[in-house]
Design a protein around this ligand. Structure first.
Ligand SMILES: [Zn+2]
Length: 343
Protein backbone atom coordinates (compact mmCIF):
# COMPACT_ATOMS: atom_id res chain seq x y z
CA UNK A 1 0.00 0.00 0.00
CA UNK A 2 1.42 3.38 -1.04
CA UNK A 3 2.04 6.45 1.10
CA UNK A 4 -0.87 8.26 -0.49
CA UNK A 5 -3.26 5.42 0.44
CA UNK A 6 -2.01 5.49 4.01
CA UNK A 7 -2.63 9.24 4.17
CA UNK A 8 -6.20 8.74 2.95
CA UNK A 9 -6.81 6.03 5.57
CA UNK A 10 -5.38 8.20 8.37
CA UNK A 11 -7.45 11.20 7.30
CA UNK A 12 -10.60 9.06 7.03
CA UNK A 13 -9.99 7.58 10.46
CA UNK A 14 -9.52 11.05 11.98
CA UNK A 15 -12.61 12.50 10.24
CA UNK A 16 -14.98 9.62 10.96
CA UNK A 17 -13.72 8.40 14.36
CA UNK A 18 -13.53 4.88 12.93
CA UNK A 19 -10.35 2.84 13.47
CA UNK A 20 -8.04 2.47 10.47
CA UNK A 21 -8.18 -1.33 10.44
CA UNK A 22 -11.98 -1.20 10.29
CA UNK A 23 -11.83 1.13 7.31
CA UNK A 24 -9.39 -1.20 5.57
CA UNK A 25 -11.69 -4.15 6.32
CA UNK A 26 -14.65 -2.31 4.83
CA UNK A 27 -12.76 -1.40 1.66
CA UNK A 28 -11.55 -4.99 1.29
CA UNK A 29 -15.12 -6.24 1.60
CA UNK A 30 -16.38 -3.90 -1.11
CA UNK A 31 -13.30 -4.41 -3.32
CA UNK A 32 -12.29 -0.77 -3.10
CA UNK A 33 -8.75 -0.32 -4.29
CA UNK A 34 -7.20 2.96 -3.17
CA UNK A 35 -4.65 2.66 -6.02
CA UNK A 36 -7.57 3.18 -8.38
CA UNK A 37 -7.86 6.95 -8.99
CA UNK A 38 -11.65 6.75 -9.28
CA UNK A 39 -11.59 6.03 -5.52
CA UNK A 40 -8.46 7.86 -4.38
CA UNK A 41 -9.69 11.05 -6.09
CA UNK A 42 -13.16 10.77 -4.54
CA UNK A 43 -12.59 11.23 -0.82
CA UNK A 44 -16.27 12.04 -0.12
CA UNK A 45 -17.40 8.75 -1.63
CA UNK A 46 -14.88 6.83 0.49
CA UNK A 47 -16.05 8.60 3.64
CA UNK A 48 -19.69 7.95 2.65
CA UNK A 49 -19.01 4.21 2.22
CA UNK A 50 -17.25 3.77 5.56
CA UNK A 51 -19.81 5.80 7.53
CA UNK A 52 -22.80 4.07 5.91
CA UNK A 53 -21.30 0.62 6.45
CA UNK A 54 -20.69 1.19 10.16
CA UNK A 55 -23.69 3.48 10.70
CA UNK A 56 -21.47 6.13 12.32
CA UNK A 57 -22.50 9.59 11.15
CA UNK A 58 -20.84 11.92 13.68
CA UNK A 59 -18.86 13.63 10.92
CA UNK A 60 -22.13 14.59 9.16
CA UNK A 61 -23.59 16.47 12.13
CA UNK A 62 -23.98 20.14 11.29
CA UNK A 63 -23.02 22.76 13.82
CA UNK A 64 -25.34 25.54 12.59
CA UNK A 65 -29.00 26.19 13.51
CA UNK A 66 -30.28 23.84 10.80
CA UNK A 67 -30.89 21.05 13.32
CA UNK A 68 -33.28 23.22 15.34
CA UNK A 69 -34.99 24.32 12.13
CA UNK A 70 -35.33 20.71 11.03
CA UNK A 71 -36.85 19.78 14.40
CA UNK A 72 -39.45 22.53 14.00
CA UNK A 73 -40.17 21.44 10.46
CA UNK A 74 -40.62 17.73 11.06
CA UNK A 75 -42.05 17.59 14.58
CA UNK A 76 -45.67 17.56 13.42
CA UNK A 77 -45.31 14.48 11.21
CA UNK A 78 -46.27 11.11 12.59
CA UNK A 79 -44.51 9.19 9.83
CA UNK A 80 -41.60 10.17 7.57
CA UNK A 81 -41.32 8.11 4.38
CA UNK A 82 -38.18 8.14 2.26
CA UNK A 83 -38.15 7.24 -1.41
CA UNK A 84 -35.24 5.53 -3.17
CA UNK A 85 -33.54 8.48 -4.93
CA UNK A 86 -32.92 10.70 -1.86
CA UNK A 87 -31.30 7.76 -0.06
CA UNK A 88 -28.61 7.31 -2.69
CA UNK A 89 -28.21 10.89 -3.97
CA UNK A 90 -24.60 11.75 -3.06
CA UNK A 91 -24.11 12.06 0.71
CA UNK A 92 -27.22 14.23 1.34
CA UNK A 93 -29.07 11.41 3.11
CA UNK A 94 -26.23 11.03 5.62
CA UNK A 95 -26.45 14.72 6.57
CA UNK A 96 -30.24 14.39 6.91
CA UNK A 97 -30.01 11.27 9.08
CA UNK A 98 -27.30 12.79 11.28
CA UNK A 99 -29.55 15.81 11.91
CA UNK A 100 -32.80 13.91 12.33
CA UNK A 101 -31.68 11.14 14.72
CA UNK A 102 -31.93 13.22 17.96
CA UNK A 103 -35.47 14.34 17.03
CA UNK A 104 -36.59 10.80 16.21
CA UNK A 105 -35.23 9.59 19.54
CA UNK A 106 -36.70 12.45 21.54
CA UNK A 107 -40.13 12.23 19.92
CA UNK A 108 -40.10 8.42 19.59
CA UNK A 109 -40.76 8.49 15.89
CA UNK A 110 -39.46 6.35 13.05
CA UNK A 111 -38.49 6.80 9.46
CA UNK A 112 -40.32 4.51 7.08
CA UNK A 113 -38.76 2.77 4.08
CA UNK A 114 -40.63 0.35 1.85
CA UNK A 115 -39.24 -3.11 1.13
CA UNK A 116 -39.95 -2.11 -2.46
CA UNK A 117 -37.37 0.70 -2.06
CA UNK A 118 -34.86 -1.87 -0.79
CA UNK A 119 -35.57 -3.92 -3.91
CA UNK A 120 -35.05 -0.89 -6.12
CA UNK A 121 -31.70 -0.21 -4.44
CA UNK A 122 -30.67 -3.80 -5.00
CA UNK A 123 -31.62 -3.42 -8.69
CA UNK A 124 -29.61 -0.18 -8.98
CA UNK A 125 -26.54 -1.74 -7.37
CA UNK A 126 -26.49 -4.34 -10.16
CA UNK A 127 -27.39 -1.98 -13.00
CA UNK A 128 -24.38 -1.73 -15.34
CA UNK A 129 -25.80 1.41 -16.96
CA UNK A 130 -25.54 3.40 -13.73
CA UNK A 131 -22.44 5.27 -12.62
CA UNK A 132 -20.06 3.47 -10.28
CA UNK A 133 -20.75 5.80 -7.34
CA UNK A 134 -24.55 5.36 -7.69
CA UNK A 135 -24.16 1.58 -7.76
CA UNK A 136 -21.87 1.68 -4.75
CA UNK A 137 -24.21 3.87 -2.74
CA UNK A 138 -27.17 1.65 -3.66
CA UNK A 139 -25.14 -1.29 -2.37
CA UNK A 140 -23.94 0.34 0.82
CA UNK A 141 -27.08 2.18 2.03
CA UNK A 142 -28.96 -0.96 3.14
CA UNK A 143 -26.25 -1.39 5.80
CA UNK A 144 -26.99 2.09 7.14
CA UNK A 145 -30.76 1.45 7.05
CA UNK A 146 -30.23 -1.79 8.97
CA UNK A 147 -28.24 0.07 11.63
CA UNK A 148 -31.10 2.58 11.97
CA UNK A 149 -33.69 -0.22 12.15
CA UNK A 150 -31.70 -1.96 14.90
CA UNK A 151 -31.66 1.29 16.87
CA UNK A 152 -35.44 1.53 16.50
CA UNK A 153 -35.25 4.64 14.31
CA UNK A 154 -36.49 3.08 11.09
CA UNK A 155 -39.29 0.76 10.08
CA UNK A 156 -39.36 -1.26 6.86
CA UNK A 157 -42.80 -1.82 5.40
CA UNK A 158 -43.54 -4.70 3.10
CA UNK A 159 -46.17 -3.81 0.51
CA UNK A 160 -45.34 -6.57 -1.96
CA UNK A 161 -43.18 -6.62 -5.05
CA UNK A 162 -45.68 -5.74 -7.75
CA UNK A 163 -45.37 -2.47 -9.70
CA UNK A 164 -43.25 0.53 -8.78
CA UNK A 165 -42.58 2.06 -5.35
CA UNK A 166 -44.50 5.25 -6.31
CA UNK A 167 -47.82 3.38 -6.49
CA UNK A 168 -47.13 1.60 -3.21
CA UNK A 169 -46.48 4.94 -1.49
CA UNK A 170 -49.62 6.55 -2.92
CA UNK A 171 -51.74 3.58 -1.78
CA UNK A 172 -50.29 3.77 1.74
CA UNK A 173 -50.96 7.54 1.96
CA UNK A 174 -54.55 7.09 0.77
CA UNK A 175 -55.20 5.00 3.88
CA UNK A 176 -52.84 6.44 6.48
CA UNK A 177 -53.17 10.08 5.39
CA UNK A 178 -56.72 10.13 6.78
CA UNK A 179 -55.51 9.84 10.36
CA UNK A 180 -51.79 10.70 10.31
CA UNK A 181 -49.59 13.63 9.40
CA UNK A 182 -47.28 12.22 6.78
CA UNK A 183 -44.07 13.55 5.28
CA UNK A 184 -42.67 12.02 2.11
CA UNK A 185 -39.12 12.79 1.02
CA UNK A 186 -38.59 12.17 -2.68
CA UNK A 187 -36.66 13.66 -5.60
CA UNK A 188 -39.40 12.61 -8.05
CA UNK A 189 -41.46 15.62 -9.10
CA UNK A 190 -44.26 13.63 -10.70
CA UNK A 191 -44.72 11.50 -7.58
CA UNK A 192 -44.57 14.67 -5.45
CA UNK A 193 -47.35 16.31 -7.47
CA UNK A 194 -49.47 13.13 -7.23
CA UNK A 195 -49.09 12.99 -3.46
CA UNK A 196 -49.73 16.72 -2.91
CA UNK A 197 -52.95 16.38 -4.92
CA UNK A 198 -53.89 13.34 -2.84
CA UNK A 199 -53.19 15.30 0.38
CA UNK A 200 -55.45 18.12 -0.83
CA UNK A 201 -58.28 15.68 -1.55
CA UNK A 202 -57.83 14.03 1.85
CA UNK A 203 -57.94 17.42 3.58
CA UNK A 204 -61.19 18.31 1.83
CA UNK A 205 -62.92 15.18 3.09
CA UNK A 206 -61.43 15.38 6.52
CA UNK A 207 -63.62 14.58 9.48
CA UNK A 208 -62.95 17.00 12.30
CA UNK A 209 -63.36 15.22 15.64
CA UNK A 210 -65.68 16.70 18.19
CA UNK A 211 -63.46 17.98 20.94
CA UNK A 212 -65.26 18.76 24.16
CA UNK A 213 -65.13 22.20 25.69
CA UNK A 214 -62.85 20.76 28.36
CA UNK A 215 -60.42 19.39 25.69
CA UNK A 216 -60.34 22.74 23.99
CA UNK A 217 -59.70 24.46 27.30
CA UNK A 218 -56.87 22.11 28.28
CA UNK A 219 -55.25 21.74 24.83
CA UNK A 220 -56.18 25.02 23.27
CA UNK A 221 -52.68 25.43 21.84
CA UNK A 222 -52.62 22.04 20.14
CA UNK A 223 -56.16 21.58 19.04
CA UNK A 224 -55.67 22.86 15.45
CA UNK A 225 -52.48 20.91 14.93
CA UNK A 226 -54.31 17.93 16.27
CA UNK A 227 -57.17 18.03 13.81
CA UNK A 228 -55.46 19.10 10.60
CA UNK A 229 -53.84 16.03 9.12
CA UNK A 230 -51.61 16.59 6.15
CA UNK A 231 -49.63 14.74 3.56
CA UNK A 232 -46.61 16.86 2.76
CA UNK A 233 -43.87 16.20 0.20
CA UNK A 234 -40.30 17.45 0.33
CA UNK A 235 -37.22 17.18 -1.78
CA UNK A 236 -33.91 16.41 -0.09
CA UNK A 237 -31.19 18.97 -0.73
CA UNK A 238 -27.48 19.27 -0.22
CA UNK A 239 -26.45 19.03 3.45
CA UNK A 240 -29.75 17.30 4.31
CA UNK A 241 -32.01 20.36 4.00
CA UNK A 242 -35.60 20.00 2.88
CA UNK A 243 -37.69 21.98 0.39
CA UNK A 244 -41.42 21.44 0.14
CA UNK A 245 -43.36 21.00 -3.11
CA UNK A 246 -46.43 23.19 -3.60
CA UNK A 247 -48.89 23.36 -6.48
CA UNK A 248 -50.20 26.73 -7.64
CA UNK A 249 -54.00 26.62 -7.77
CA UNK A 250 -54.02 29.35 -10.45
CA UNK A 251 -51.58 28.09 -13.13
CA UNK A 252 -51.32 24.48 -11.92
CA UNK A 253 -47.50 24.48 -11.95
CA UNK A 254 -45.57 22.94 -9.09
CA UNK A 255 -42.66 24.64 -7.35
CA UNK A 256 -40.40 24.22 -4.33
CA UNK A 257 -40.27 26.52 -1.32
CA UNK A 258 -39.59 26.40 2.42
CA UNK A 259 -41.60 24.05 4.59
CA UNK A 260 -44.39 26.36 5.77
CA UNK A 261 -47.29 25.19 7.87
CA UNK A 262 -50.11 25.38 5.32
CA UNK A 263 -51.91 23.36 2.66
CA UNK A 264 -50.13 22.11 -0.45
CA UNK A 265 -52.02 24.35 -2.89
CA UNK A 266 -50.51 27.82 -2.68
CA UNK A 267 -50.27 30.50 -5.40
CA UNK A 268 -46.84 30.69 -7.03
CA UNK A 269 -45.13 34.06 -6.73
CA UNK A 270 -45.65 35.11 -10.38
CA UNK A 271 -49.38 34.27 -10.20
CA UNK A 272 -49.62 36.03 -6.85
CA UNK A 273 -48.12 39.26 -8.23
CA UNK A 274 -50.11 38.96 -11.46
CA UNK A 275 -53.34 38.58 -9.48
CA UNK A 276 -52.34 41.37 -7.08
CA UNK A 277 -51.72 43.65 -10.08
CA UNK A 278 -55.09 42.69 -11.56
CA UNK A 279 -56.75 43.30 -8.21
CA UNK A 280 -55.07 46.72 -7.96
CA UNK A 281 -56.13 47.62 -11.50
CA UNK A 282 -59.69 46.48 -10.80
CA UNK A 283 -59.70 48.55 -7.62
CA UNK A 284 -58.45 51.62 -9.51
CA UNK A 285 -61.05 51.06 -12.26
CA UNK A 286 -63.78 50.78 -9.64
CA UNK A 287 -62.58 53.95 -7.94
CA UNK A 288 -62.66 55.85 -11.26
CA UNK A 289 -66.18 54.50 -11.96
CA UNK A 290 -67.30 55.49 -8.48
CA UNK A 291 -65.86 59.00 -8.87
CA UNK A 292 -67.62 59.35 -12.23
CA UNK A 293 -70.89 58.14 -10.73
CA UNK A 294 -70.63 60.60 -7.84
CA UNK A 295 -69.83 63.41 -10.27
CA UNK A 296 -72.87 62.55 -12.40
CA UNK A 297 -75.07 62.39 -9.31
CA UNK A 298 -73.79 65.79 -8.23
CA UNK A 299 -74.49 67.22 -11.65
CA UNK A 300 -78.04 65.83 -11.62
CA UNK A 301 -78.52 67.27 -8.16
CA UNK A 302 -77.23 70.67 -9.21
CA UNK A 303 -79.44 70.64 -12.31
CA UNK A 304 -82.44 69.76 -10.18
CA UNK A 305 -81.59 72.56 -7.75
CA UNK A 306 -81.25 75.02 -10.62
CA UNK A 307 -84.57 73.95 -12.11
CA UNK A 308 -86.14 74.26 -8.70
CA UNK A 309 -84.73 77.78 -8.36
CA UNK A 310 -85.96 78.73 -11.82
CA UNK A 311 -89.38 77.39 -10.96
CA UNK A 312 -89.37 79.34 -7.73
CA UNK A 313 -88.45 82.59 -9.49
CA UNK A 314 -91.13 82.00 -12.17
CA UNK A 315 -93.82 81.35 -9.55
CA UNK A 316 -92.83 84.49 -7.60
CA UNK A 317 -93.04 86.57 -10.79
CA UNK A 318 -96.41 84.99 -11.61
CA UNK A 319 -97.67 85.71 -8.08
CA UNK A 320 -96.48 89.30 -8.33
CA UNK A 321 -98.08 89.66 -11.75
CA UNK A 322 -101.35 88.30 -10.39
CA UNK A 323 -101.20 90.69 -7.43
CA UNK A 324 -100.49 93.60 -9.76
CA UNK A 325 -103.38 92.63 -12.02
CA UNK A 326 -105.68 92.39 -9.02
CA UNK A 327 -104.52 95.81 -7.77
CA UNK A 328 -105.05 97.31 -11.25
CA UNK A 329 -108.56 95.82 -11.47
CA UNK A 330 -109.45 97.14 -7.98
CA UNK A 331 -108.08 100.54 -8.88
CA UNK A 332 -110.00 100.51 -12.15
CA UNK A 333 -113.23 99.51 -10.34
CA UNK A 334 -112.66 102.25 -7.74
CA UNK A 335 -112.01 104.82 -10.51
CA UNK A 336 -115.19 103.76 -12.36
CA UNK A 337 -117.29 103.85 -9.17
CA UNK A 338 -115.83 107.27 -8.35
CA UNK A 339 -116.69 108.58 -11.82
CA UNK A 340 -120.25 107.22 -11.43
CA UNK A 341 -120.49 108.84 -8.05
CA UNK A 342 -119.50 112.23 -9.43
CA UNK A 343 -121.89 111.94 -12.36
ZN1 LIG B 1 -49.03 30.02 -10.64
Amino acid sequence: MGKNDQNILIKLSQDTNIEKFKIEKCFKYFLIDLNDTKFSNNYYLLKDIVCSYYGILDSYIREDDSRIELDNEIKRYDEIYIDTAPIIHEDWFLFFIASVIPHLRRRRKKLVVLEKTMEEMYGLSHNEEKDDDVRLRARIRPYLLDHLAKKGLLRKVDTGSKGIADDHLVNIFKKRGKTKNILLITQDRYLSERVVQLGENLNKNIEIPNHSLFDRFVHWKFIDEDIVKKVVVCELLKNGDLLRLYICQHCGDSYYDKLFDCGGFVLCSSCYYELEEKKQKYKEKKEIQEKRRLKELKEIEEKRDLEKNINTVASVIKKKQRRLLFTVIILLLLTISFIFFII
